[in-house]
Design a protein around this ligand. Sequence first.
Ligand code: SF4
Length: 349
Amino acid sequence: MDRKITKKIKLGNMYVGGDSRISVQSMTNTDTRDVDATVNQILNLEKAGCDIIRCAVLDIASADALKDIIKQIHIPLVADIHFDYKLALKSIESGVAALRINPGNIGNIDKIKMVAQAAKNNNIPIRIGVNSGSLEKDILEKYKKVCPEALVESALRHVRILESLNFYDIGISIKSSNVMHMIESYRMISEKVNYPLHLGVTEAGTLWRGTIKSSIGIGTLLSEGIGDTIRVSLTGDVLDEVKVGREILKALGHIEEGVKFVSCPTCGRTKINLIKIAEEVEKRLANCEKNIKVAIMGCVVNGPGEAREADIGIAGGNGEGLIFKKGKVIKKVKEENLVEELMKEIEKL
Ligand code: SF4
């Protein structure tokens, strides 16, 4: 399905929405006041392919620390703020690229005006982030439960506050830990507004479960043309959030560069330790920047056909395997040497 073209907003040196590429975000889990630890984590996330980073701003010291963090990183930083308009103002002063704050939660209209005006003066967009765990009391009472309608109403309430102040540099996320609610909420809001959407399943769980839930939620919406930037939320290593996010984009054809990895599930025809070989090859290619498709196939029945489709691949035999390159068999190699020989050939590509 064609991608819905939303309003384009600018975060530092990059754009979100419109025809800009779909970006991958993550959030640091260091203490933001610990500048060295936070910078170190962000630099590692950058290497993994993170496009935009968000930091929790819990107090004035955190907002102040952002200034030193921003000087040492290369991607836009979003300040994540709840309730306190002073933290928003201080973060803007520190040079953040965007704010994540819900205007309806920061107090009276004068405070909201101050934040919106400061953001406008500095060309900083505001992301409204509605979360199924923190819906407004009156909305919960109205709908009696958390549901997509309630989540969308909450998001629109915040949107309308900013619009009433002539502030339109808006991004929106509506995250739910319920995948179907999340999907439905984004579909609904996408019909109602044209602001860029930040997709995510919140509190998705650990690496294994969170990857599945995020892939279904984010993947379904992206395949319908909805979504401009994504964050996979995992209880685990933040680097995995970026790896999973990038794989989702690769699977849907939004990222073309980098290694595309294909491997068969193995079956009774497999006569080599393909699982070990595939894991080893995948590990060795983790930081490979070549734009190639690698196929690791277990047998001589379907294997060669699949391997031929790839730039390079293996089709296993009995204790040995064929290495294919650009559709041609180039070597027959003993099982124990397959990984090494394959890597040598990949080097040459
Ligand atoms: Fe089985 Fe061959 Fe298919 Fe692998 S490629 S699952 S070994 S038939």
